[in-house]
Design a protein around this ligand. Structure first.
Ligand code: 2P0
Length: 320
C-alpha cells in the first residue's frame, strides 16, 4: 500500500510545444530529450483507508495548489474509486524554475502510485500515464537520449541511445527562480491559437527529429548542436509571435547565449537550449565542462549553476 520511486528531469533537445488534443494531453509534435542524472525527485505514495482527503507535502511543505493535478494523476493510475493517499515529494533542485520538475515529479508519481497499488505496468504504459499528467514527464520514464513519438493515437516513447554511450554534460544556468508568468500549457494554447508560425513549427518538426536522431545515433556533436539550437530558437519564435506574446527570457538569458557564442568561437564544443523559462542549459563534451561552468558562473545575472550527466529512467525504490 506504499511505495517510493525516483525520477530525473529531462531536457528537450527537440522540443514539445503544442497539443493536438488538450483533453487527452496529446502533443502536436514528437520530441527528443536527455534524462539527467544528478537531479532527481523522490516520490513516496501511501494509500490509506483512514484518510478522507489526499495529502501532499512538497519539499516539507503542504502544497494544496498542486494537489488537484496530482490527485487527477492518481485517479488515472489507480482508478477514480482509489483510496486516498499521503504523497511526499522531495526534489534536490529548485522546483517550478524551468528545470523540468514536473517531468521528474509526474514520472516518479506514476511509478510510486502503481507500486503502492500493487499494479505491474510496463515502462510504455507508465510513460503513457505520466504523459497524460505532463507531456514531458513521459520521457523521464526512460534513460539516456529519449524520443517521444507522436504518430499513433497514443504516445510512444523509446530510448535512442544510452547515456553511457555518449556521456555529454548538461550545465544549467539559473537566471531567476521567480515563478513563470504563464504556465507552459497555457502558453502552448496561446501559440496554437494565435502564432502565425505555429503551423510551420508543427510541419517542420519531423525533419528536425530525424536530423537529431541521426546525429545522436552516430554521435555527431556539431550536427546535434546545430539542430538543437535551431529547434529551440524556432520554438521561442513561435511564442514571441503569439498574441499576447509569450517571452520567458530575461537579460541574463541573452547574456548566457552570448557567452555560449564566445565559447563556440574559442573552439569549445557546446550548445544551448532554453525551455519554458529563463534558464539556459548548455550541453558540452566532458572535457569542456569546467570551462563552460566558469563561463556561465561569471555571466552577469546568473544566480547559480548546476551540472549533470545523463542518467537512467524512473525507478521504483521500495514497495510494501
Ligand atoms: C519540452 N516543454 O519538450 C518542452 C519545451 C517546455 C519547453 O514540455 O502541459 O510541463 O504538462 O503537457 O510537459 C513543458 O511542458 O507540459 C515542456 P504539459 P509540460 O520539454
Amino acid at each position: 500500500m506504499r511505495a517510493t520511486a525516483r525520477a530525473q528531469p529531462n531536457i528537450a533537445l527537440i522540443k514539445y510545444w503544442g497539443k493536438r488534443d488538450s483533453d487527452r494531453n496529446l502533443p502536436a509534435v514528437g520530441s527528443i530529450s536527455v534524462t539527467l542524472e544528478e537531479l532527481y525527485t523522490t516520490m513516496h505514495v501511501e494509500l490509506d483507508a483512514a484518510l478522507d482527503l489526499d495529502e501532499l507535502l512538497v519539499n516539507g511543505h503542504s502544497a494544496p495548489s498542486m494537489l488537484p493535478r496530482v490527485a487527477r494523476c492518481l485517479d488515472t493510475v489507480l482508478g477514480a474509486g482509489r483510496l486516498r493517499a499521503r504523497i511526499i515529494s522531495e526534489s534536490n533542485f529548485p522546483i517550478a524554475a524551468g528545470l523540468a520538475s514536473s517531468a521528474s515529479s509526474f514520472a516518479a508519481l506514476v511509478v510510486a502510485a502503481s507500486g503502492a497499488g500493487g499494479v505491474e505496468r510496463t515502462a510504455d504504459e507508465l510513460a503513457g500515464l505520466a504523459g497524460k499528467a505532463s507531456g514531458s514527464a513521459a520521457r523521464s520514464l526512460y534513460g539516456g537520449f529519449v524520443e517521444l513519438r507522436n504518430d499513433g493515437d497514443e504516445i510512444a516513447v523509446c530510448s535512442i541511445l544510452d547515456g553511457a554511450a555518449w556521456p555529454l554534460r548538461i550545465i544549467a544556468a539559473v537566471t531567476s527562480t521567480t515563478p513563470k508568468p504563464v504556465s507552459s500549457g497555457e502558453a502552448m494554447e496561446t501559440s496554437r491559437r494565435s502564432s502565425p508560425f505555429y503551423s510551420r513549427w508543427v510541419e517542420e518538426q519531423d525533419m528536425d527529429l530525424s536530423t537529431a536522431r541521426d546525429a545522436i545515433t552516430v554521435r555527431d556533436f556539431g550536427k546535434l548542436a546545430s539542430i538543437a539550437e535551431h529547434n529551440c530558437l524556432k520554438m521561442h519564435s513561435v511564442m514571441w509571435a503569439s498574441r499576447p506574446p509569450v517571452v520567458y527570457w530575461n537579460a541574463a538569458t541573452i547574456a548566457c547565449l552570448e557567452r555560449v557564442r564566445q565559447l563556440q568561437a574559442d573552439g569549445v564544443a557546446a550548445f544551448f537550449t532554453i525551455d519554458a523559462g529563463p534558464q539556459v542549459k548548455v550541453i558540452c563534451l566532458p572535457g569542456d565542462e569546467s570551462q563552460v561552468v566558469e563561463a556561465l558562473t561569471t555571466t552577469p545575472g546568473v544566480e547559480s549553476v548546476l551540472s549533470s550527466g545523463i542518467g537512467a529512467g524512473a525507478a521504483l525504490m521500495t514497495a510494501d
